[in-house]
Write a protein that binds this ligand. Structure first.
Ligand code: B12
Ligand code: SF4
Length: 526
């Protein structure tokens, strides 16, 4: 059977890396089937195009996975596929919580022939076998013989064949630049960010989060060996292609068990399996100096921290009182001392927020080591405790907000500000954190570091905002470059001067090479 696994785009933000579920399900598909992957973020398709693709490729089963924000698109695509006569199976967090919606049991129309609830690692092979026989059931749930929910163990994790899988659609380097960039350093002909999981589950139960409900509060880990082997496979592929690969450890809280994380990082170092990596870790777990040493030594470059708010009352309200705003600066400095920087995520529109919250937050951000701040709005995702609380208190203004996804728009009324004020705060946060002055300040704050780090933070800031606000239109990039011309000129001048200052005698040349190498290693490694 030819199977298509499809992940819809949400039409607004650009994902910078593929979704793991597609690779995972492909890896556990029973032998004898061919599985094609299409990520709408890399290969946008509308309803007519997907129907044509399904017909032309003789697809016999389509699997669609989606988060809440892209579910409306997912349903439209599913309808178009089903109209061609091909069955659709849907999975992922949204349909797990609202399977009746996908199956048309809530009064709406039916979009899926079958729904996979929860983690589908063990149910997917059964779904495929049933589809072959034309006997798809409506619902597949991971349960044991006693009918109790069963969370897959990650001890027997499938090998994802990263060495042979077609990753062309996920290359972040434009094709036109590939040949030239293959010759730069160890090669930049390709650059991909690849999702790798080392464990699942988070017991913290923050009120707005789907994770504790979906993956459960029992945490499961892969073996160190299987993670290390996966990294080695990725590293080998990058080397073969004269390209680069960075890993996003998508665990919800990569250091939830600090002892185990340290042991994994030690094994990565011992096996020389270091690649540059990003991971999500909550601030409270980054108090540990030894952990941060190991993060840096094992290739960790960016840590995503869900700071959410600088107001302890807000944090308590959403059951995230373990975040201590008073220690944010110390945590970030501890990371920065090892040249590890942070993606700091904030939520506005919380119950104790008032107008001016963005500026108050930015006043803190400006005093911290440079990083990549993110600003979002408190969003009641289905089946979260937050959704239930707001529903009970009659505060939901768009109870089915996912049916018409509007980016950066609230679906409930905040308590101490209006919806419009909350929207304005998010807009202000992004504008101020990524304007040319803020970028210049971020670069200047690293003036005691090798030039590479400064270039790196500048490029990271320029590109990162584009994930959330894609740079559309022919003039978007030239305009951005013009606006930041002073910083670009300053960085270029420093680069030229440091080249000119290289001594000429052969003895000294060796040492200047060392210096240059150190400069570049700042550039390449940061
Ligand atoms: C990595 C990640 C991201 C990445 C991007 C996604 C990517 N390219 O991988 C980044 C950091 C960019 C991101 C951003 C956001 N994310 Co996010 N993200 C995750 C995270 C941490 C891991 C996803 C993952 O790979 N999980 C591991 C895989 C194995 O699990 P899975 O995807 O659920 O798949 C399993 C099952 O669901 C099922 N399944 C899934 N799809 C399908 C399809 C079929 C056909 C079948 C049969 C089964 C099936 O089988 C899989 C194997 O068991 C999850 C949390 C989590 N632990 O899942 C949040 C999560 C998915 N994100 C979430 C949210 C809210 C967001 C943001 C909206 C946050 C924000 N406000 O900006 C943005 C939106 C991004 C966008 N552009 O659309 C929510 C979604 C909740 C919901 N109901 O939709 C989650 C669950 C976290 C949470 N806080 O609740 N995210
Ligand atoms: S710590 Fe992160 S993953 Fe865990 S419940 Fe809170 S928001 Fe969700």
């Amino acid at each position: 059977m030819r199977i298509l696994l499809y992940n819809p785009d949400n039409g607004v933000t650009r994902n910078f890396m593929p979704h793991l579920w597609m690779f995972l399900l492909k890896a556990v598909t029973p032998a004898g089937h061919e599985v094609l992957l299409v990520d709408g973020n890399a290969q946008p398709m509308d309803e007519a195009q997907i129907a044509q693709f399904v017909r032309e490729q003789n697809i016999e089963l389509v699997g669609i996975g989606a988060m809440t924000r892209m579910i409306a698109k997912a349903y439209r695509i599913a309808d178009a596929v089903r109209a061609t006569g091909v069955p659709v199976v849907m999975g992922g967090p949204h349909v797990t919580e609202l399977s009746d919606e996908a199956l048309g049991r809530d009064g709406g129309s039916r979009h899926a022939d079958a729904v996979a609830l929860g983690e589908a690692d063990e149910t997917w092979p059964q779904i495929v076998n049933d589809a072959v026989r034309g006997e798809l059931k409506d619902i597949y749930a991971p349960i044991d013989d006693a009918g109790k929910e069963r969370k897959p163990s990650l001890k027997q994790y499938p090998v994802i064949p990263w060495d042979s899988i077609d990753l062309d659609q996920f290359n972040l380097v434009p094709k036109s630049a590939t040949a030239l960039l293959q010759k730069v350093g160890e090669g930049w002909g390709t650059f991909r960010i690849v999702p790798v999981e080392s464990g699942r589950g988070c017991p913290y139960g923050c009120e707005f989060c789907t994770v504790t409900g979906f993956f459960g509060d029992s945490i499961r880990f892969r073996t160190n060996e299987s993670v290390v082997n996966e990294l080695l496979l990725l590293k080998a592929r990058a080397r073969k292609e004269k390209g680069q690969i960075a890993v996003f450890f998508i665990d919800d809280n990569f250091a939830i068990n600090v002892k185990r994380t340290k042991s994994l990082l030690r094994d990565i170092i011992a096996a020389k399996a270091q690649v540059h990596w990003v991971a999500q870790i909550s601030a409270n777990l980054l108090r540990d100096e030894e952990l941060v040493d190991l993060i840096a030594a094992s290739g960790g470059k960016w840590i995503f921290i869900g700071m959410e708010s600088i107001d302890p009352t807000n944090l308590k309200d959403v059951n995230k009182g373990f975040n201590k705003p008073g220690e944010y600066a110390a945590v970030l400095e501890r990371l920065a001392r090892r040249n590890v920087y942070a993606i700091t995520s904030f939520i506005f529109g919380m119950d104790n927020d008032t107008a001016g919250v963005a500026e108050r937050t930015l006043a803190h951000v400006r005093t911290w080591p440079p990083g990549l701040p993110i600003f979002g709005l408190l969003t009641p995702l289905p089946a979260t405790p937050l959704y239930k609380r707001l529903e009970t208190s009659g505060r939901l203004t768009r109870p089915k907000h996912w049916q018409e996804f509007i980016p950066f728009a609230m679906a409930h009324t905040p308590l101490k500000m209006t919806i419009e004020e909350a929207h304005a705060e998010v807009k202000y946060g992004w504008e101020q954190a990524y304007n040319p002055e803020a970028l210049a300040q971020a670069v200047d704050s690293l003036s005691d570091q090798p030039l590479g780090y400064r270039i790196n933070i500048f490029l990271a800031r320029l590109c990162f905002r584009g994930i959330y606000f894609p740079m559309m239109g022919r003039l978007a990039w030239p305009k951005m470059i013009f606006q930041n011309r002073r910083t670009i000129f300053k960085l270029a001048k420093t680069a030229i001067l440091s080249r000119r200052m290289r001594p000429r005698s052969s003895n000294l040349q060796t040492s200047s090479k060392d210096i240059a190498a150190r400069e570049i290693s700042g550039e390449v490694n940061a």
